[in-house]
Design a protein around this ligand. Sequence first.
Ligand code: ADP
Ligand code: MG
Length: 388
Amino acid sequence: MKIHEYQAKELFRKYNVAVPEGSVAFTADEARAVAEKLGEYPVVVKAQIHAGGRGKGGGVKVAMNASDFDTYANDILGMTLVTKQTGPEGRLVKKLLIEQGLNIAKELYLSILPDRATAQMIIMASEAGGMDIEEVAEKTPEKIIKVYVDPLLGLQAYHLREAAFGLNIPKEAMKSFTVLLKNLYRMSTEYDCSMVEINPLVLTAENSVIALDAKVDFDDNALYRHPDVKEYRDLDEEDPTEVEASQHALNYIHLGEGGNVGNMVNGAGLAMATMDCIKFAGGNPINFLDVGGGASAEQIENGFRILQSDPNVKAILINIFGGILRCDRLANGVVQAARKVGMKVPVIIRMEGTNLEEGREILKTSGLELINAADLKDAAQKLKEVIQ
Ligand code: ADP
Ligand code: MG
């Protein structure tokens, strides 16, 4: 689960990870009040959305006086911010973080994340921090150093030194840096973070090390241990169909641009194979939807409705292996759903397994124009015909 920068900085404060002074604002008036409380310029106006690259998209502005500040706050609040990470449709900005402007001497990069390959934590750091870290990673990967930490042994003094030397932290700022990294590591493990990223981590002219940006992602499977983090969830930042699907306990992922075939499958592996099959037929999967082994007729109905609600869907392929979810139950769910919400696009059904004959009978006698496929190859062929 992702959270906003201002929320991540709240956690940072709890752990004594240095951040600039500031707070969140939901209206221009609130923003003004925060700026007045900060008392002196420069003051920074930062759009709060769950996507990076805000600076380049015009979502971060440094104001040198009150009148610029008002202009920036009004411009950014309510704007549709388009960044590399939002996609072309952008994201509506509903909140701002108003922060004290810092006297930046150097912008660094720092992140902590678990590494599956080595089963260790990695601290990634680079002197080339700032807005273009993706480019650094691509073109000059040697500028990013990696310090591996065994999670059972925990962070040791030599890890801190290795990171500090890698970043060329000046002697005067050493204490500030090691305190920050130590606390950040503790936060990352105590909160089961799948990523903590500070870009930029700044070295100020006064030799303090401060987190200027903050990106934190949590392991969803561990969220039950962190009710305070759950409170941070912002449904405005999530895909509305994914939110709805999660309310019906459906494993749904919207795949975005260019998709034209909706699909409903049981089992993640079969879902992947089905998406390949859609590609093979010349289509483009618009989603991943795993209804799970024991889906109810109601879940099938909701899944079907969600698929049909997407205006880009030209056809739907239902591919179910009847094990725990028997074919007759699936057929009933689909028929019930199609009667309730109507059929806006051709629907191809391929089923196999327990109670197959009963299932086929239900589809056949339903009076609905459901296209029955004998097997996966046949399904691909029929899909090809309807989307051409
Ligand atoms: P994003 O990564 O989404 O572009 P950042 O928070 O990293 O957003 O901000 C982008 C840039 O804006 C930073 O690299 C920094 O140069 C500048 N900036 C952000 N916050 C401040 C601040 N409090 N003081 C001075 N400059 C800032
Ligand atoms: Mg940043």
